[in-house]
Design a protein around this ligand. Structure first.
Ligand SMILES: Nc1ncnc2c1ncn2[C@@H]1O[C@H](COP(=O)(O)OP(=O)(O)O)[C@@H](O)[C@H]1O
Ligand SMILES: [Mg+2]
Length: 509
């Protein structure tokens, strides 16, 4: 059971496509009016209700078919008019006036958008929004992928879809899973999906999960075992290695991330491991834009240099503005879900190749499970309805044991025993290294940080004390001065009274 991208040959098998529904192709939906250029034209809608904002249309010009995107529609003197721009290849000469405009065929759309990737080379992520055209992204161009969107917008869901696609193709993945969400790849979805032609499937036999077993009883190997592994054990064709950080202290998570990223990077440089993808969730915590984390340098190196050695990176964050600019600038392809913070929207629009300011509005209006793909993987930005998952979508702290059927549970248990036996020789040494690492994270670095903060606090307390003393001194001085002033005023008043009296006496004489 697996998901089949809906149509190997779009115009053959897509239901409702212009090829299969003849009138849609034969009947024009609009015509060209007014001024035209080689890349823009104004249209008048001739078939009401058939043309919407962001719809794909097509026009024939000198025997060639061109794809148009309708970016704006308005009503004027009883007519519906629209502004279109050419997507993909442009003609050498301006379009002729009064030409007919049609709904674009799936073939025209997928060719012009660069998503007509052969099935075995493409990552099937969904369909063009409101359309049946499948979106397959060339794996080769996903080497630096950035998945963004506010909380609840569908980032983890889309990320898991991409993981399923990679696992299906045997591409090794390593996942730094902050919330223990991705072990759900082991459990098939409850049902399939007709629109996306997705069938439930489990990747239980491909996934190895390291975790704190107390907090995550469904994991395969203790997190300690990680340090007894060579990158060759983590990066294996057809294997997904999930490193579930749930339940571990932040300092330990950071230290482990640093260790893993560094090991993977160096093994890639030395050509000890095959090409792979590393997924980093909550990437802004490992490479923050303000301040510095212990992992910032490694994240930068991985992002900048890793690609030469096929160490690919998928970063995920809800706050693009918080991610280190060096890491951000390495991104080739963006998958953008809904963002509402205007600073995040602005940063996304300005850093993404092919996105202009008029996409800002679209980014803020995306629905859950909808995204805009832009950058290397597509010729032009594409609106995407993300396909359904083959596996269950797991929230934070997903426990596969709660969902697995009896037979799956037995298989999982057998596999776990085998894995633990395989790793048992390495676990003892690993436990020692892990203890060292946690001691460094807790007992080494932390006290240093605490110490630094304590001295800072002491200095601040001293300053406060000094300021308070100065304040008291100044208050006393003010008090003394006020008393002096009062005395002086009294004296002055007395002198004035005497002078007045003397003056009156003189006048009286
Ligand atoms: N493509 C999708 N299809 C169906 N449901 C989705 C899709 N994307 C997200 N959802 C729903 O939205 C919820 C939030 O998605 P999630 O990926 O966990 O958000 P995020 O990681 O951005 O916080 C999920 O629990 C799921 O129910
Ligand atoms: Mg998430």
């Amino acid at each position: 059971m697996s998901s089949n991208p809906p149509d190997e040959n779009p115009e053959k098998s897509v239901e409702g496509s212009p090829e299969s529904v003849a009138p849609a192709q034969i009947d024009p939906v609009a015509e060209v009016v007014g001024k035209t250029t080689t890349h823009t034209l104004k249209i008048r809608v001739t078939k009401q209700g058939e043309v919407g904002r962001n719809d794909f249309l097509s026009i024939n010009h000198r025997g060639e078919e061109y794809l148009l995107l309708c970016k704006e529609l308005w009503r004027e003197r009883g007519k519906t008019l629209g502004q279109c721009s050419v997507v993909g290849p442009m003609p050498r000469t301006p379009f002729n006036p009064e030409m007919m405009i049609y709904k674009a065929t799936p073939r025209t759309i997928s060719t012009a958008l660069g998503i007509d990737v052969p099935v075995d080379e493409g990552t099937y992520v969904g369909q063009i929004s409101g359309n049946t055209v499948p979106v397959r992204l060339p794996v080769k161009r996903l080497g630096r992928l950035f998945v963004v969107g506010k909380t609840g917008s569908g980032k983890s869901y889309t990320t898991a879809v991409i993981m399923e696609e990679f696992l299906k193709r045997g591409i090794p993945i390593v996942v730094l899973d902050r919330h223990g969400e991705y072990s759900s790849l082991k459990i098939p979805a409850e049902s399939g999906n007709d629109r996306f032609k997705v069938e439930p499937r489990s990747y239980e036999m491909s996934v190895i999960e390291f975790a704190d077993l107390h907090a995550n009883p469904g994991a395969d190997l203790p997190i300690e075992a990680l340090l007894g592994t060579h990158p060759k054990d983590l990066v294996v064709s057809g294997q997904g290695t999930i490193i579930n950080f749930r339940g571990l202290d932040l300092g330990v998570q950071e230290a482990l991330s640093q260790e893993i990223l560094s090991d993977l990077y160096h093994a890639a440089v030395n050509r000890e491991i095959p090409p792979f993808y590393c997924f980093v969730d909550e990437a802004h915590t490992l490479a923050p834009n303000r301040g510095k984390a212990a992992t910032t340098g490694m994240m930068r190196l991985f992002a900048q240099e890793g690609r030469k050695f096929a160490a690919n990176l998928v970063v995920i964050t809800q706050k693009p503005q918080l991610l280190d600019t060096t890491v951000r600038s390495q991104v080739g392809t963006w998958i953008i879900h809904q963002l509402t913070d205007i600073r995040d929207v602005d940063i996304t629009v300005s850093s993404t190749e092919g996105l202009s300011k008029d996409w800002a509005e679209d980014i803020q209006r995306l629905d859950t499970g909808q995204a805009i793909i832009a950058g290397d993987a597509v010729e032009v930005p594409v609106f995407l309805d993300v396909r359904s998952r083959e596996t269950t979508h797991g929230a934070t702290g997903f426990n596969p044991l709660d969902f697995a059927e009896k037979q799956t549970l037995e298989e999982l248990e057998k596999r776990r025993i085998r894995l633990r036996t395989d790793f048992s020789g390495r676990i003892k040494a690993a436990v020692e290294r892990f203890q060292q690492l946690t001691a460094n994270a807790d007992g080494g670095q932390m006290p240093q940080q605490v110490h630094a903060l304590r001295s800072e606090l002491k200095a601040a307390e001293q300053k406060l004390h000094d300021l308070r003393e100065e304040n008291t001194k100044l208050a006393t001085k003010i008090h003394q001065l006020e008393a002096k002033l009062k005395k002086a005023e009294k004296k002055y008043q007395k002198a004035m009274n005497i002078a007045e009296r003397a003056l009156a006496e003189l006048k009286g004489r």
